[in-house]
Design a protein around this ligand. Sequence first.
Ligand SMILES: [Fe+2]
Length: 259
Amino acid sequence: MMLGEESESADYWKACGDEALANGIKGVIMMGAHWDCLGDRIEVATNPSPGKSPVAYVHPSKYVNYKLVPELNSADRCISMLKDGGFNVGANPKFEWIHDTYLILIRMFPAGCPPTTIVSMNARFDPHFHLRVGSTLRPLRNEGYLFIGTGGAVHNLYRNVWAPMLKYRDNFAQETAPEGWALEFRQSVEDCMTQNRGPALRRAITRLMKHPQYRDAHATDDHFMSACFVAGAAGDWEDEQEEGGRLGAETWELTNMVS
Ligand SMILES: [Fe+2]
């Protein structure tokens, strides 16, 4: 899969990691696409020595030896900030990290994992709820924490073309162009991120779930929530003055999926 192979996106993530280190980040606050909690609950990972859950189609040599560095102090801070924000939130001291987060960290920071805190999603997949998780934790950005959301712009496993992967382990084969609905939604994601700043970015990202092609692009909502989280963290009024969003890289795989 893309997270395990060399790709233009992987190179770009490395460049982003280098830039973050050059800016002296204190740590990383992260939401992925594979950990969600039931009811109205969210959790923050507090396992002091988390294992890694294995990942299909990626050779273990690409990740087994990478040492994960959870940051428990900032996990506690995230929990208390989220509690103060009215969330039903608690610690999860048993959580094992999943490839949606650790493979990105390996790509961004190959020389060593920065202190990292992972925040879960909520399984009701409400875009405004996840936006508010991001906006509640936003003050940590001012202290030097890097926020990362990992998911996908177009991510529908039911509509991918799996044959080249199953026959030849070739996830990047594009025997045909991506289908129209995938191109259409991908363009809207780019437009929303590059053409909006501040609260307009928050509105644009959450509104994407009403896009006519949304359900084709995301058969399940899990890979879209981190975009809402990041829009919450980066979409305040004061962010209107900041540089707009940029499409740094994109990689298509399995014909119809793009990240
Ligand atoms: Fe995933």
